[in-house]
Design a binder for this molecule. Structure first.
Ligand code: NAD
Length: 174
């Protein structure tokens, strides 16, 4: 199975970074957030990352334009996942919020869609009870925190490659 379409749920600190990086590496990315305000925050992060990639990663203007063209944003969950190969979830670390999200997600996601959570402390077993497809659900905790301004010094290509490898590795598990 070849992945093309990735949906990122939650446009906050972590989700916005994963979305940007996934789009930079050539995937079509839909960013979903329950709130318009959340999407605005995510878009603002993406403007920052565009500048960061131009200044510190040697990315070309064409690469940045291509990345931006692969990103779309919505507060409509059904629209966000209508052709998703994978959903990477980074919504608040709250069991009730996550379980409610997965219940809704299961109703609208196509059968092919794989669910992954970035949860730090909530266990996969707590999430799996809320999903309609436990066999396609996993905790894959990725986070290119190197994109955050305060950790600029640890920004390095090794970590970016690690994220790409993780996504490629996920494909081998299907
Ligand atoms: N921040 C990190 O460095 C980090 C690292 C590892 C893991 N995590 C995990 O990632 C997840 C997200 O953390 P964060 O720091 O990015 O949070 P955040 O608060 O920065 O962002 C959460 C986003 O989710 C949105 N949201 C709220 N309810 C929602 C819902 N029902 N559906 C969709 N979107 C909703 C919010 O509007 C917000 O944009 C958590 O599970 C956290 O444990 C975070």
């Amino acid at each position: 199975m070849k992945f093309s379409n990735v949906t990122i749920a939650g446009a906050g600190t972590l989700g916005s970074q994963i979305a940007w990086q996934t789009a930079f590496y050539g995937f079509n990315v839909t960013v979903f957030d329950a709130f318009e305000k959340g999407l605005e925050v995510g878009k603002a992060y993406h403007q920052k990352y565009a500048e960061l990639f131009l200044k510190t990663r040697g990315a070309s203007h064409d690469e940045i334009d291509q990345t931006i063209s692969r990103l779309s944003y919505t507060t409509d969950l059904a629209e966000a996942v209508k052709d998703a190969d994978i959903v990477s979830e980074s919504i608040p670390e709250n069991l009730e919020i996550k379980q409610s999200f997965y219940q809704e997600l299961g109703k609208v996601a196509p059968e092919k869609t794989i669910f992954t959570t970035n949860s730090s402390t909530i266990t996969p077993s707590e999430i799996v009870i809320a999903v309609d497809r436990p066999d396609k659900t996993s905790n894959i905790r990725v986070g290119p925190t190197q994109l955050i301004e305060y950790s600029k010094q640890s920004f390095n290509i090794t970590s970016l490659k690690r994220l790409k490898s993780l996504i490629l590795w996920t494909k081998t598990q299907l």
